[in-house]
Design a protein around this ligand. Structure first.
Ligand code: F3S
Length: 644
């Protein structure tokens, strides 16, 4: 009677009961990091200092910050390389590909657990893993052998029937789920895909869906492991890693969403949210300046082969800049071997290296007031690097058709994509991996360039906390608002003191200065719904921590960000009555009394200067999270344990 999610969780459960809403601890088999969050994760691992990693497989990817316009990025890569060697971690060097794509090809195993310091780690659900995005300190703790804690999710069934029509893609399936469920619909939920339609989707297509399931705010998404999964693993010489996995036929789900693939039409997400989904046909004719194809969502061989099918014999429209980033070097090589790379070049596409590139705002920012159509997963305000640009998200098919026509073009009914298959066998290329070596483990000095600064550590919760509202923000504040990440700032991700000067500035340009100017009171952030949506970026907790923020009061929180706040000793409080949001304006002085005792009750009353009643707040924590928060966070807890 179990869902696939429950089966894998049960096989890895080390703490707690599998009742939705309960906190549970899981044994973690695999971890991944990318460089943007990885430097912090390895600084935290260093602070924990295990002799070596205790997972079955841990991999450090360099895929985000590859522009080397100053020494910072390369210095970070070398730091990660030294940490990988010292702790027994695989290193995937710059240029090897995007972490999720490369992990799927080389390391992902059905039925295993994976956490990664990147919010799109659920991509691994495409081959039947429980794969979850987490904060860097959680990943570091899992590498050190600690369980990973989550709220036991509700399992939602997405039952797929029928078959996609010509020109309709896996991307359109996840856009349809986002249209129905919204960017906050998936909190503490796992989306499990079932039904006959599953057998019509290859692993890369499934991985597009599980990847962008992150935009639902879901814990993760998962597909069964079947013959197509075996075929996929076999194509990378890993058939032995395969096992069949599926939900029991009579599994019970909290809710079922039905999608008939026959009825689906090409969709796109409008600025500035992945759930602002409309039919491509509604936007047909919109002039586009840039088309970007790639990212961990849509950079598989089949995705790019479909792009080649459109570009063959055509020219990119003179008013469009088309950039293509293959997901991995193995894919790039295969595209070259099969003659598809030549098609891109002849059509006038710009080929970027195998990495995140424009998705993270690392180059290729759109023009002022420009329109960019991307096969990516996020179009949050200013993420592209151009705040005035409008970024739309769509399938590679829609992107490619648009690139040649210069205006948004609906690929529905286009027969060119029929029959494009995932190759039977790839030539295995491990040249840019450095596997762990016994000689190096515990014997390697960490290489820290001058830009690598220590990680701030949270403080235990005091009896009385004097706070002051430093900013009053709207709904859907993203991690891109809290810790902006663009080509100018990304090189400083190992330097929290510097990055904190930009904390929340896209939403409130004066926020860092206001925090620094506060004396005698800790800055408090007030926000609306879904605060911290977006990435797993731990900097979105570390920068406020560095600025002295002790509490965030919001109408609701995104899952990973809430965990990151707790892990760093910042109180994630919610309004008992959301209408009270309007009562705590910027500058309001707050007094939290008997704070540890109040936190233990789940109810925190705070005195607000000038208000004739206490403000009633809630704090929803498991007992482990409560202990962590009271002690100042995970790193503070581990450090305190070591000092005993
Ligand atoms: Fe990279 Fe963008 Fe994915 S930054 S990991 S390609 S969401």
């Amino acid at each position: 009677m179990a869902t696939l999610t429950e089966k894998i969780i049960a096989a890895h459960l080390v703490d707690g009961e599998m009742v939705p809403g309960n906190e549970i601890g899981l044994k973690i088999d695999q971890t991944l990091t990318q460089d943007s969050t990885g430097t912090m994760a390895y600084l935290e691992l260093e602070a924990m200092d295990p002799p070596r990693v205790r997972t079955e497989r841990s991999v450090a990817y360099i895929d985000h910050n590859m522009l080397q316009s100053g020494p910072e990025n390369f210095d970070d890569h070398l730091f990660i390389q030294s940490a990988a060697a010292d702790y027994g971690i695989w290193l995937s060097k710059a240029g090897n590909g995007i972490c999720h794509q490369v992990h799927l090809e080389n390391f992902g195993i059905p039925g295993k657990t994976l956490i990664g310091s990147d919010s799109h780690t659920p991509t691994g659900g495409g081959i039947g893993m429980i794969a979850i995005g987490a904060g860097g300190v959680d990943v570091a703790a899992a590498m050190a052998g600690r369980p990973y804690y989550i709220t036991m999710p509700e399992v939602i069934e997405v039952r797929l029937t029928g078959r996609l029509s010509a020109g309709v893609a896996a991307k359109d399936i996840i856009l349809e789920v986002l249209r129905r469920e919204s960017v906050k619909g998936g909190v503490n939920k796992v989306y499990e895909y079932t039904g006959d339609g599953v057998q019509t989707l290859t692993v890369p297509e499934r991985a597009t869906i599980t990847n962008m399931g992150a935009e639902l705010g879901a814990t993760t998404s998962i597909f069964p492991s079947d013959d197509l999964t075996r075929t996929y693993l076999a194509s990378f010489g890993r058939e032995d890693d395969w096992q069949a996995l599926a939900a029991d036929p009579d599994a019970q789900y909290a809710k079922t969403i039905e999608i008939n693939l026959n009825d689906l039409r090409p969709l796109l997400a409008c600025p500035h949210s992945p759930d602002a989904v409309v039919p491509v046909a509604d936007k047909a004719g919109l002039k586009v300046n840039q088309v970007a194809i790639g990212s961990c969502t849509n950079s598989s061989y089949v995705d790019l082969a479909k792009v080649a099918a459109v570009l063959k014999g055509n020219r990119v429209n003179p008013n469009v800049s088309l950039v293509i980033s293959p997901g991995s070097r193995q894919i790039l090589k295969r595209l070259a071997d099969d003659g598809l790379l030549s098609i891109f070049i002849e059509a006038g596409a710009r080929i970027l290296e195998c990495g995140c590139g424009p998705c993270i705002g690392m180059g290729q920012a759109p023009n002022t007031d420009g329109v960019s159509l991307r096969s990516f997963n996020r179009n949050f305000y200013a993420r592209s690097g151009t705040a005035s640009a409008d970024v739309y998200l769509a399938s590679p098919e829609t992107c490619a058709m648009t690139a040649i026509h210069g205006v948004v073009t609906d690929p529905y009914g286009e027969e060119k994509f029929q029959g494009i298959q995932h190759p039977e066998a790839f030539q295995i290329d491990h040249n840019l991996f450095i596997p762990p070596s016994e000689e190096a483990i515990g014997q390697t000095d960490l290489v820290k360039g001058p830009n690598i600064k220590d990680c701030p550590v949270g403080q235990p919760v005091p009896e009385t906390l004097e706070g002051q509202v430093a900013t009053h923000l709207e709904d859907n504040i993203t991690t891109d608002h809290i810790a902006p990440s663009n080509a100018k700032l990304l090189p400083f991700r190992s330097n929290v003191p510097y990055l904190s000067n930009f904390c929340l500035t896209p939403a409130d340009p004066d926020f860092p200065e206001k925090c620094k100017a506060m004396t005698g009171a800790a800055p408090v952030v007030v926000a609306g719904e879904n605060y911290g949506q977006g990435s797993s970026r731990e900097h979105a907790a570390l920068c406020p921590l560095y600025l002295g923020v002790r509490a965030v009061i919001a109408k609701s929180f995104a899952r990973i960000h809430k965990a990151n706040l707790i892990n760093n000793g910042i109180l994630p409080l919610t309004f008992a009555d959301p209408a009270d949001y309007d009562l705590v304006k910027e500058g309001a002085k707050l007094t939290f009394k008997n704070l540890p005792a109040q936190i233990k009750t789940g109810q925190v009353d705070v005195e607000v200067e000038g208000l004739d009643r206490p403000l009633s707040l809630k704090i929803d924590l498991g007992s482990r999270q409560e202990d962590l928060l009271l002690a100042g966070g995970l790193l503070a807890t581990i450090k305190a344990e070591q000092e005993k």
